[in-house]
Ligand binder design. Structure first.
Ligand code: 3LM
Length: 415
């Protein structure tokens, strides 16, 4: 059986969590069970396994030892009872939500969420008779007013994609539980190393494991953790029957990636602070009108956000967003000037990645929904990677400088 990990630090769980008993050959690393099906000793045994009367594997869509090890490890990292693995982050979000919803139900969701989660709720759920109210979850009165008698689920991201708005998980979980609804938190931007939503009352925690958890840009995958009975329901209804399960090879890569998650997150966060300091310098130059990063947001929310940074997060993370003063044109010109920093969606990889949310990750939102969520056409999102901070800053500096030169030349030519 799996060794108990009580008392282990997250750094140790990231390496040993979910470890199987000793391999018959003494292999250090968990073997990859790259198999679709498992052979039964007898028809009696096959029948018993299907009936749930004998433990053991049947078929990889229903369970696989490599995938199970990852499910166990992420559950231990999040401090939750159990975990389930999905083919993608969206597979995890969809399977989690749909396990608890039926026609006529209602969901309260944050208006600041990843574009495809918005599309799933706003387009697909509506077709199946589930209504979703999108609210500004930093406004607890607005959130409270959105609940109805048929509210089953509450969904939020904090920090939110793309502009890092923070939500008070404990306060929203109180509202959800008062209405007997489950709270689902997407913890992709933080990882369990920086934030454990279950400690603040979240019932289910979902991840795009494509991002920091795998961390090497070579997998798309999703994970969900929660109470055992909820995870059983997700695994053996939506995940199994929709077929959104994770491949053993992806699970194996994520198990490998997780081993370095603690050291990677530390470096990501240090680099992000250096880049934020550089961008703060840019602001007086007038090229950036607003910088978004937990702890430096400059509005009336900032003191509340600083409190949340202290109470619910261990660090601010490594995704930064900023509004270019000259809007869409300046944002796209800046992105096209970068050289080492890659122009690509996704985040949490070793490579620094930069993208334009309005035309990319958040293009599934209607212009009205983008405006309500505060995602402007001049907004840029940067995932700070693991390169040397000086090299990231050098690339940003040369892009800003050439943008400035371009603007001065245009001004001269029009004089
Ligand atoms: C992105 N995000 O660049 P997958 N939850 C959050 C996410 O950020 C994402 C998902 C779920 C991005 C992907 S855009 C085409 C690229 C907070 C994904 C979904 O299904 O593994 O992509 O996760 O912001």
């Amino acid at each position: 059986m799996h060794k108990p990990t009580a008392g282990w630090h997250a750094d140790t769980i990231a390496i040993h969590g979910g470890e199987a008993p000793q391999d018959p050959h003494g292999a250090l690393v968990a073997p990859l069970y790259q198999t679709s099906t498992f052979v039964f000793d007898s028809t009696h045994q096959g029948g018993q396994r299907f009936a749930g009367e004998e433990a053991g594997y049947i078929y990889s869509r229903l369970g696989n030892p490599t995938v199970n090890q990852l499910e166990q490890r992420i559950a231990e990292l999040e401090g939750m009872q159990a975990g389930a693995a999905a083919a993608t982050g969206m597979g995890a979000v969809a399977a989690t939500m749909m396990a608890f919803l039926q026609q006529g139900d209602h969901v309260v969701a944050s208006d600041a969420i990843y574009g495809c989660s918005f599309a799933l709720f706003d387009h697909l759920f509506r077709r199946f008779g589930v209504e979703v109210s999108f609210v500004d979850m930093s406004d607890l009165e607005q959130t409270k007013a959105a609940f109805r008698d048929n509210t089953q689920l509450v969904f939020l991201e904090t920090p939110a994609n793309p502009h890092l708005k923070l939500v008070d998980i404990a306060a929203v979980s109180k509202l959800a539980h008062h209405h007997k609804a489950r709270l689902v938190v997407d913890n992709t931007f933080m990882t369990p190393l920086l934030q454990r939503p279950g400690e603040f009352g979240a019932d289910l925690v979902v991840h795009s494991a494509t991002k920091y958890l795998n961390g090497h840009g070579d997998v798309v995958a999703g994970l969900v953790t929660g109470r055992s009975e909820d995870i059983e329901l997700i695994k053996f209804t939506t995940l199994k029957d929709m077929g959104a399960t994770m491949s053993p090879h992806d699970a194996w890569l994520i198990l490998r990636g997780l081993k370095t998650l603690p050291v990677r997150m530390q470096r990501h966060c240090e680099n992000a602070l250096a880049v934020v300091a550089f961008l703060q310098e840019m602001q007086p130059a007038g090229m950036i009108s607003r910088l978004y990063f937990p702890g430096v947001n400059q509005d009336e929310q900032s003191s509340h956000e600083s409190d949340l940074l202290q109470t619910q997060m261990k660090a601010a993370g490594a995704v930064i967003a900023f509004d270019m003063s000259d809007g869409f044109r300046a944002a796209t010109r800046l992105l096209d000037q970068l050289s080492m920093i890659k122009l690509a969606v996704s985040l949490g990889d070793a490579e620094s990645l930069i993208q334009h949310p309005a035309s990319m990750t958040h293009s599934p939102l209607t212009p009205e929904a983008r405006a309500a969520a505060g995602i402007g056409d001049g907004l840029v999102r940067l995932s700070v990677g693991l390169e040397h901070a000086d090299d990231i800053i050098t690339d940003l500096r040369q892009a800003f400088t050439s943008l400035k030169k371009g603007a001065e030349n245009t001004a001269l030519n029009t004089d």
